[in-house]
Write a protein that binds this ligand. Structure first.
Ligand code: CTP
Ligand code: MG
Length: 167
């Protein structure tokens, strides 16, 4: 699945769907702009939700600056905010870059069990809201004018979790 490069790549997926893992396997660290990482830069850590406003302001600045230089930019957020997606795609178009949406279409049960296994799980109800808004977003993407919408299912993704052995 060759993606255009340089390009804007917007990830869409619930917590635990594998966005950051996929990004780090396909792109250099400097090409990935992550809201979690920026929370760690301007807040007490990646999970410091109080730092979200500052982190997203910074994210917008980094995305605009990179796209303005026609540099590949992978936006690692939930990807469910339609106005933000529209703004990023417009910025890419303004710079003459293609825009691609990449949906991590990981089954809800897998996201839930990965989330439960994490040190700092997202509260269960928040994860359910994320899963619902990712599903709604997936339906919207086709009408948003992306150059490509890539929907990655478990068949497209290696699994890094240890599998349960036979009993
Ligand atoms: N993981 C996995 N197999 C994959 C992708 C991810 O086993 N194909 C595991 C990772 O090792 C990690 C967890 O699932 O422990 C969550 O993956 P991550 O890429 O961090 O998910 P994100 O979508 O980035 O989650 P968040 O929104 O919370 O950052
Ligand atoms: Mg992540």
């Amino acid at each position: 699945m060759p993606l255009p490069d340089p390009a804007l790549v917007v990830l869409v997926g619930a917590s635990g769907s594998g966005k950051s893992t996929w990004a780090s396997r396909h792109y250099r660290a400097a090409e990935i702009v992550s809201s979690d990482q920026l929370r760690g830069v301007v807040g007490s850590g990646e999970h410091d939700l109080d730092a979200s406003t500052d982190a997203f302001a910074l994210l917008e600045q980094v995305v605009a600056a990179r796209l303005g230089r026609r540099l590949t930019t992978v936006v690692d957020t939930l990807g469910t905010d339609a106005p933000r997606r529209r703004r990023w795609l417009a910025a890419a178009r303004g710079a003459g870059l293609p825009g691609v949406a990449v949906v991590l279409d990981t089954p809800a049960g897998v996201c839930r069990s990965r989330n439960a296994a994490r040190d700092r799980p997202v509260p269960a109800r928040a994860l359910e809201r994320q899963l619902a808004s990712v599903a709604a977003t997936t339906d919207l993407l086709a009408g948003e004018g992306w150059d490509a919408v890539l929907v990655l299912t478990p068949d497209d993704l290696p699994t890094y979790l240890p599998t349960a052995g036979p009993r």
